[in-house]
Design a protein around this ligand. Sequence first.
Ligand code: TYD
Ligand code: MG
Length: 449
Amino acid sequence: MSSKLSTFICQNCGTETSQYFGKCLNCNSWNSIVEEIKSKSSTYKGIKSSKKAIPFHEISSQKISRFTTGFKEFDRVLGGGIVPGSVVLLGGEPGIGKSTIVLQSAGKISLNEKVLYVTAEESLEQVKIRWERLNQNSIDLKIFAETNLSLIIEEIKRVNPSFAIIDSVQAIHNHEMESSPGSVSQVRACSSELQNLAKNNNIALLVIGHVTKDGALAGPKTLEHLVDVVINFEGDNISSHRLLRGIKNRFGSTFEIGIFEMLEEGLREINNPSSIFTNKENISGVTTTITNEGTRPFAVDIQALVNKSFYSNPRRTTTGISINRLHQILAVIEKHVGIKLSEFDCYVATGGGFEINDPSSDLGVAISIISSLKNIPPVGSSSFIGELGLSGQVRKSNNLRTKIEEAARLGIKNIVVPRLEEDLNNFKNLINIKEISNIKEAVNYALLQ
Ligand code: TYD
Ligand code: MG
């Protein structure tokens, strides 16, 4: 016997309530609550299992054997490849290239493993057209076009692949539920069934989910805790660069980044990313910083434009760094370098719009701003690393050694770093290291020599 149960779910954050509200009580978004019908079994069936708890020493400590996606950049974000039996959620805006990257990977993986690609959004013919564009030479990749979850699960069981792809979770539906495909309860129910399938049959599963910029269709957000690995595919539709960003990883380090370029014949990985975010010219308003994203250092340019303002409130905009960070850096410059900036507009952008979260980029931002204001290029071939403290001191940076190595590898001649007790002598024959304690010292060195 089963009874129908109505519940109200916020499509933005997944909060469930028993009645309708115009505004979600949890995330405060408006008009995001939708009524959904759940089927609930009215009889409780006890579960018997032969499984027992065991002590640690009885667990065999085999190393996880992973299989490669065919892309080094993709493997790194996954923590070294795909783990059998794991579930990976690949999120991203529509049109960013999710289907393309997984189809390319599926082609490569299927040279060694049995792979099934389930397309719920596109027809077999559409996938074939894409496939031909991507120049794949695998003949064993199996494709299945279906949206009904039960049929998908049956087919996955029948084919019994090592790796299966669901493109996408919003397009499939569990026909026992009345809510429409893409709603939070459908997405959740389908994912947990797929999760069970993966774990019970040791099939690695990659599930694609669309996430829009404003989070309107944020079904996949509510799945993040269900799956083993969450990866976002990012980029804008203007430039051809695409970033794979690790958000969660049970089998490796998070916040790894993989960089790709979208070409006519699909995605190409970029193994030397520093080259695309920097420009070697020495001009005023531009500095280079080395930032750490995941385990890898990247060189990224920081550009600033400071102009006399004609507004009562001067304009401040940023691309790639947070606006609050810019306000804080401007305040530190005013107070500790003694430059009045309240009458100037200030625009800051990172090379290629690369999003920098590492606070050690502060010093590069500050020097770019002062360099633009004074119209003096910073000292030639240099790179700046250090977080700015509110009292004007330059604070130490994580992974400074790997950053210095990356700068030296790129042929940068001078690197300005926070003064440390650490011994940096090993690097001194690779690059000229200038240690500074505060912003004023950095300005004197970089701009006023
Ligand atoms: P797609 O993988 O369909 O995006 P998603 O699955 O995330 O919605 O990618 C669609 C875009 O990528 C589309 O604008 C066309 C472009 N593209 C290329 O530039 N080169 C290619 O080889 C392919 C297959 C797509
Ligand atoms: Mg797609």
